[in-house]
Design a protein around this ligand. Structure first.
Ligand code: PA5
Length: 441
C-alpha cells in the first residue's frame, strides 16, 4: 500500500509564497476531467504503457526459469530506458547482498567505460553467463559496442554454442539487433513499438531481468494494475495520486519558481528508483525551455551533505521524500550505554531513520520548502509496481500541463546522431558536416 502526504506543499503549512492554495489546486478540476478523458482514449496509442500491466507473462517466466537453471551469471547490456528499469528492480527488490549470496549473479553493462567493462568481465565466467542485450532501436552505440566485444568473446570460447548464451529484447520488427537475432536464431523478446524506452520497465525490458532475479513479476504487475484502476476511476484531483503528483510539481514549478525536483528516499534500496525517476522526469518533460530538473538525494546520508542548501540556499526546490514503514530487518541500540548517549537506548536503526526524516521535514517546513512524502508500508513488488505506474502516469499527464509531448526525446536523438556521424556510420555524412560547423577546435 502507498500513501501520499502533501500537507507540507500547501500554503496552509508553508505560506502562499512557496505553498499551493487548496483553491488553486482545485481550480484545475475541469482540466483534470478533460485530460482524464483524453488519456483514457489514448491508452491504445501514446499511453500504451498503461496496457503493460495486463500482458501475458508466461513466456517471460519460462525463459527466466531456463536462465536461472542454466547460468551462474546474468548480464544486461543496455543503457537509459533499456537499463535503468532493470537496475531499479534489482536494487529495490532483491536483497542488498544478492550478488554475494544468490545466483545467477547480476551485472549491468551500460557505459562504454573500458575499466568498468573490464571489471565486470573479471567478475564473471563467460562460459557460465547469459547476456540479455536490450535496445529498442537496436542500434544504440554503447549497447552495440559492448555487445560486439562480448559476441566475439562468446564465439571464441563457445563456437556455435554462443547463441545459447544470448537473449535479445528489442523492437519486434525493426533494427539491426532484430535482423541479426533472426538470422542467427537467437531467442528474442519484443518491446511494444508504442512504448518508449523510459516507459518500458513493465515490458520484457524490465520483466525478464526481474524474473531471472527471482522477483515476483505477477505482484509487480498486480501493483501497477491496482494503480491503473485507482487512476482510471478517480477524476478528482485530490484522489488521483498520479494527477496530484503532477499538479503539485507543475504548480510549484511554474507559479512558485521551483525548478528542481529532489527525490529523497529514506531507504538505500530505493536509490536506483530515483535514477529511474530522474530519466523519466527529465527526458519526458525537459522540452521547449520548460521542465523541472530532477535531483537525487538519499536520507539520511544527504542530510549531512545537501540539506543546508535545500533549507537555506536558493529557493528553487520541491522535495519528495519516500518513507518506508516496515523494513525486512532492524537492529536495536543496546542497553547500558554511557550517560551521554543513553538517550538512544531502546530505539532501533529503522526508528532513527524515520525520526531523522521527520526532523528533516520539520526543518524544511520551518524554512518554507515545499515537500511531499510518498509512504510505502514496505518495499515489495506490489508497491514498486504501484509506484512505477503512478510516476509514469504523472509524467504523461504532465505533458498536457506543460503542453509538450512527453513521449519523444529529440534532444537525446541529436547527440546519438552526432555520435553515429563521428564513428563513421553510413548515412550520417551530413551530420558530420554539421558537427564540423558547430564544433570548431
Ligand atoms: O528513453 C529513451 O528513449 C532513451 O533513454 C533510450 O532508452 C536510450 O537512449 C537507449 O535506447 P535504445 O533502447 O534504443 O538502445
Amino acid at each position: 500500500m502507498i500513501k501520499i502526504d502533501y500537507t507540507n506543499a500547501m500554503a496552509e503549512t508553508i505560506g502562499e509564497r512557496d505553498g499551493i492554495l487548496r483553491e488553486e489546486l482545485l481550480s484545475f478540476r475541469h482540466f483534470v476531467v478533460e485530460t482524464h478523458t483524453l488519456i483514457q482514449k489514448e491508452k491504445e496509442r501514446k499511453f500504451y504503457f498503461c496496457k503493460l500491466p495486463y500482458q501475458d507473462t508466461t513466456e517471460i517466466k519460462e525463459f527466466a526459469e531456463h536462465i536461472r537453471e542454466n547460468f551462474e551469471y546474468f548480464v544486461v547490456i543496455g543503457i537509459g530506458g533499456s537499463s535503468l528499469g532493470a537496475k531499479m528492480l534489482f536494487e529495490s527488490l532483491t536483497d542488498l547482498n544478492y550478488n554475494i549470496e544468490k545466483s545467477p549473479k547480476f551485472f549491468l553493462l551500460e557505459n562504454v567505460d573500458p575499466e568498468k567493462f573490464d571489471s565486470i568481465l573479471r567478475q564473471i565466467d563467460i562460459k557460465k553467463t547469459c547476456f540479455n542485450v536490450v535496445t529498442k532501436s537496436g542500434s544504440t552505440v554503447e549497447t552495440i559496442a559492448n555487445f560486439s566485444i562480448i559476441l566475439s568473446m562468446l564465439k571464441k570460447e563457445l563456437g556455435d554454442r554462443y547463441r545459447e548464451h544470448l537473449v535479445f529484447t528489442t523492437d519486434p520488427e525493426k533494427g539491426f539487433l532484430r535482423k541479426f537475432g533472426a538470422s542467427e536464431g537467437i531467442k528474442m523478446f519484443g518491446i511494444p513499438p508504442k512504448v518508449g524506452g523510459r516507459f518500458s520497465v513493465l515490458s520484457p525490458v524490465g520483466l525478464l531481468p526481474a524474473a531471472v532475479l527471482g522477483i515476483d513479476i505477477d505482484q509487480l504487475l498486480a501493483g501497477a494494475k491496482k494503480m491503473d484502476l485507482v487512476c482510471s476511476i478517480e477524476e478528482h484531483v485530490e484522489h488521483n495520486p498520479a494527477y496530484l503528483i503532477a499538479l503539485i510539481h507543475y504548480i510549484t514549478n511554474m507559479r512558485r519558481g521551483k525548478t528542481i525536483s529532489v527525490m529523497m528516499p529514506y531507504a538505500e534500496k530505493l536509490a536506483s528508483f530515483v535514477d529511474w525517476y530522474r530519466q523519466l522526469w527529465a527526458e519526458s518533460l525537459g522540452k521547449d525551455g520548460l521542465g523541472q530538473t530532477p535531483v537525487k538525494a538519499i536520507g539520511t546520508v544527504d542530510q549531512h551533505s545537501q540539506i543546508q542548501l535545500y533549507r537555506d540556499g536558493i529557493r528553487d526546490k520541491i522535495i519528495t521524500f519516500i518513507q518506508v514503514d516496515k523494513m525486512n530487518t532492524d537492529y536495536s541500540i543496546p542497553d547500558e550505554l554511557p550517560e551521554d548517549i543513553a538517550y538512544l537506548t531502546g530505539h532501533s536503526l529503522h526508528e532513527i531513520l524515520n525520526k531523522e526524516l521527520l526532523g528533516t521535514k520539520a526543518a524544511l517546513i520551518k524554512s518554507k520548502v515545499p515537500n511531499i512524502t510518498v509512504i510505502l508500508d514496505e518495499i515489495n513488488p506490489y508497491n514498486i509496481g504501484m509506484l512505477i505506474y503512478m510516476y509514469e502516469l504523472a509524467t504523461g499527464f504532465s505533458g498536457y500541463l506543460y503542453k509538450i509531448n512527453p513521449f519523444d526525446q529529440p534532444a537525446v536523438e541529436e547527440g546519438k546522431n552526432f555520435t553515429y556521424a563521428l564513428m563513421g556510420r553510413k548515412g550520417y555524412e551530413e551530420k558530420l558536416e554539421e558537427f564540423k560547423e558547430l564544433y570548431r577546435e
